[in-house]
Design a protein around this ligand. Structure first.
Ligand SMILES: Nc1nc2c(ncn2[C@@H]2O[C@H](COP(=O)(O)OP(=O)(O)OP(=O)(O)O)[C@@H](O)[C@H]2O)c(=O)[nH]1
Length: 799
């Protein structure tokens, strides 16, 4: 492990005709120039091993070799690059005249040679040989004692040492050892006579590069050989630095790096890999990579194939295609991202592979949280529309392969607005959460309960084989929600309306199934809420009609298509007209005169009832004034007020503004409100009615008997008139059985509360007689007159 392959194993040896020159070769455990292409270390790490040329192409050195200037500034002759990118140049820079034959590696431009010898002849011969060098100068310094030499070495900057072992102040191997100790990484050549050769051999064993035999010092090959030794040492230093840098980098990064040999056996782990796998480098050394890096498929937990095998076989990079989990030696699991790349030697032979992997557990966890948030409702934690759509699509796919078809239940809580309005949004939220929990209890685990938005929930019954299973589920839900909820110490009652659609009859995709279940839910609302309805095609026709009416309604006001008709109310004794009820008609250009039954509910649902109601008030007031101005005695006009208008915060202000601007006397106006509108918020209703009453407006309770008013509450309102609903009146058969008794009781109650009672929908003489007999003061109905336009009404009033 961690073998840089650069430790020298000095072996003395001759070099052919280089008589007297002996060098140790660079013995290596491996090829120091093995290279790993950039792909071996993932690009994402921003890491690569770069063997940087000692000289940058296109630049040349300054005179002292410490800095580089652009080549355009200087022109050097004879540039040469060797395999490691080391450059040498010969000749002078044509611009600045930097010395010719400059060696430009490692920041030194001349080779500083120190000769340690007390023999003047030897020194002269060596200087002569080095001075004659044709491919670059050596700066040569000679010192004669060990002490002087050690002092000089201490100052550094020496590229090579030529030394005699026999010095005045030291001799033999101890003398060499001291110099070698002081200049560990400087090549040392021994100078020796024949009799000293055994000792010279011994110095080579201890780290010297070779020896020169006395008598051959002026060998012409000496300079070149010395230069080779120096260069080789510098290359070793450069490689050592590069590997040290790589080693530190690899141990500093968070990514795990493991390298293997050609047999897939581990030969390197960085610190991160040791931590993630639980194996130390020493323990993992030589083991099959699959034993050290145990990976399993994230989804199935099955062993995953390590990409190293494929890399060694193919010689190409390989990345993990699936999400995998690294199972550490001690059982710790981490989601990892992994890639592997081959390692080539400098002959481009594959010699192993490097795997880089990193812990992506945090990313995976974050992704899963984000996915959950994107697919679930924040308030109830139920799946949202996105996930529901997905599940429906899956269920449909299963059904197409033979499974039973899915059914959808579309739920909308009844009158949920009221809970929000009266108890606040927080209580509304808590109720929604409690409803969600009950819904979950009503279905199987394989079903999906989702929140569609607001107070709407959609339930997917995914694989329902029982006939009427959807109906059974709907019934179960209605029963479950009928038990009151206890929220913040209060008992809350709620119910829901449910629409059901079934695959494939009611839709073959998620969109159609949801749409049609929604349509059926509206139908359930129309049927009085707290019930369920299966979708049918005619509902669709009605939904289309509803959409059509809404679109046309939006244009009706600006196109002046509305008009008011009036139905007289009569004193049942004298048959004198006591007032009129204004009734809205829509004179549609294509559909003709359209009755409110067709459009008023839609106007309420889409909010258009507010501007329509305001128009009715303005028009009724204007008509009252027109009649007055035409000479008629003041006539009381009754106007129906919808729940939405009545609750609108500007209702009173707007109404009084209309009275003022039209000039109508408020006493000529009667507001008709149903019991349920009044009962929704008794205190607020009483306050508002009192304000109207104070300015003279009359108050009538419309459709009396059909709502759920509490008689004690009714007493709190300043009511002038009770209008008995026409359903009771129509059913009068002249006896006190059944409805007759109710009508009689209402008349009695009105009288005792000092209220006028008006019977609606009188159609025949039997009904009139009965009402007269029981003291009903007023009435209206076809028996007297259908609603008529303003002109006809004026004639009737006149006459
Ligand atoms: N508390 C609470 N209310 C919500 C939330 N989202 C929507 N709402 C309210 O839910 C109410 C839904 O009302 P609707 O379904 O239109 O009407 P409703 O009062 O339930 O009457 P019907 O559906 O006709 O029976 C509206 O008042 C919304 O403001 C929410 O997250 N929390």
């Amino acid at each position: 492990m961690r073998n840089t392959g650069l430790e020298s194993t000095p072996i003395a040896g001759g070099m052919g005709d280089m008589r007297g020159l002996f060098f140790a070769s660079v013995g290596t455990a491996g090829d120091p120039w093995m290279h790993a292409p950039g792909v071996a270390l993932r690009a994402s790490m921003g890491l690569g091993i770069l063997f940087k040329p000692a000289v940058r192409r296109g630049e040349c050195p300054t005179a002292d070799g410490t800095a580089w200037v652009p080549a355009c500034e200087r022109r050097l002759a004879g540039l040469r690059f060797n395999r490691q990118g080391i450059v040498a140049c010969s000749g002078n820079c044509q611009r600045c005249g930097v010395a010719a034959a400059t060696r430009m590696g490692g920041g030194s431009v001349t080779n500083q040679v120190l000769i340690i010898s007390s023999r003047p002849d030897d020194v002269r011969a060596l200087k002569r040989a080095l001075g004659n060098a044709s491919d670059g100068p050596f700066v040569v310094r000679d010192l004669s004692t060990l002490a002087q030499a050690l002092e000089r070495i201490r100052h550094g900057g020496i590229d090579a040492i030529l030394m005699d072992m026999m010095l005045p102040d030291s001799e033999g191997l101890p003398c060499f050892d001291q110099v070698h100790e002081a200049a560990r990484h400087t090549p040392i050549m021994m100078l020796c006579g024949e009799e000293e050769e055994p000792a010279a051999r011994e110095t080579v064993q201890r780290g010297a590069q070779g020896w020169l035999s006395r008598g051959y010092f002026d060998n012409s090959l000496l300079p070149q050989s010395l230069r080779n030794v120096i260069e080789r040492m510098k290359v070793e230093q450069g490689a050592y630095l590069a590997l040290a840098r790589a080693q530190i980098t690899l141990d500093s990064i968070g990514d795990g790096v493991i390298s293997v040999d050609m047999h897939g056996r581990v030969d390197y782990l960085n610190v991160a890999a040791e931590e993630m796998t639980g194996w130390s480098g020493a323990e993992a050394d030589g083991r099959p990579v699959a034993e050290v890096l145990v990976i399993v498929d994230a989804a199935s937990g099955e062993p995953a194939v390590n990409p190293v095998g494929a890399v060694l076989e193919s010689g190409h990079d390989q990345a993990l295609e699936r999400e995998v989990v690294l199972v550490g030696r001690h059982g710790v699991r981490k989601a990892i991202d992994d890639s592997a790349a081959p390692i080539f030697d400098w002959n481009d032979r594959i010699v192993g592979a490097v795997m880089v992997f990193r812990d992506i557990s945090a990313t995976v966890a974050l992704t899963s949280t984000m996915r959950h948030l994107a697919q679930h409702d924040f308030l109830t934690k139920l799946p949202n529309r996105v996930l529901l759509n997905d599940r429906i699509t899956q269920a449909i796919a299963m059904a197409r392969r033979g499974a039973a078809g899915p059914a959808l239940l579309f739920l909308d809580l009844d009158k949920f607005k009221h809970i929000n309005d009266s108890l606040g949004h927080d209580v509304g939220d808590r109720l929604l959460q409690a409803v969600a929990a009950r819904l979950l209890d009503c279905v199987r685990l394989s079903d999906t309960v989702s929140r569609h938005g607001g107070d709407e929930f959609v339930i997917l019954l995914a694989d329902e084989r029982r006939p009427h299973a959807a109906a059974l589920a709907a019934e179960k839900i209605l029963i479950a929600l009928s038990t009151p909820f206890l929220i913040e110490g209060q008992q809350l009652h709620t119910s829901t309306s449910i629409g059901i659609s079934v695959f494939p009859a009611d839709g073959v995709d998620a969109g159609a199934l949801i749409r049609n279940a929604d349509t059926a839910m509206y139908h359930a609302k129309e049927r009085g809420r707290n019930n369920y309805q299966f979708f049918s095609q005619d509902m669709n026709a009605r939904a289309v009609e509803r959409q059509l009416i809404e679109t046309h309604l939006r244009l009706a006001l600006e196109r002046h298509e509305f008009t008011l008709h009036y139905q007289p109310k009569l004193d049942l004794e004298s048959c004198r007209i006591t007032g009129v009820e204004a009734l809205l008609r829509w004179n549609h250009p294509e559909w003709g005169m359209t009755l409110p039954e067709r459009f008023i509910r839609i106007a309420e649902e889409c909010g258009l009832i507010i501007p329509i109601g305001r128009w009715i008030l303005r028009e009724a007031c204007a008509q009252s004034v027109r009649w007055r101005d035409s000479g008629l005695a003041p006539v009381s006009i009754a106007i129906n007020v919808s729940a939405l208008e009545f609750r609108h915060r500007d209702f009173f202000t707007h109404a009084t503004a209309v009275f003022t601007s039209s000039g109508v006397a408020p006493a000529c106006l009667q507001l008709e409100l149903t019991e349920s509108v009044l009962m929704r918020d008794v205190a607020a209703s009483a306050e508002l009615l009192t304000k109207f009453k104070a300015i003279g407006v009359e108050i009538a309770v419309d459709d009396f008997g059909t709502g759920y008013s509490s008689l004690s509450y009714l007493n709190q309102f300043p009511i002038d008139v009770l209008k008995i609903d026409q359903s009771f009146v129509r059913a009068i058969d002249g006896t006190l059985d059944g409805n007759g008794a109710i009508v009689s009781a209402v008349i009695g109650m009105g009288r005792s509360l000092n209220q006028r009672v008006i019977a609606e929908g009188i159609e025949n003489a039997t009904q009139l007689d009965f009402l007269r007999l029981h003291g009903c003061s007023e009435g209206q109905g076809y028996f007297f007159s259908k609603p008529v336009d303003a002109t006809r009404m004026r004639e009737m009033l006149l006459g």
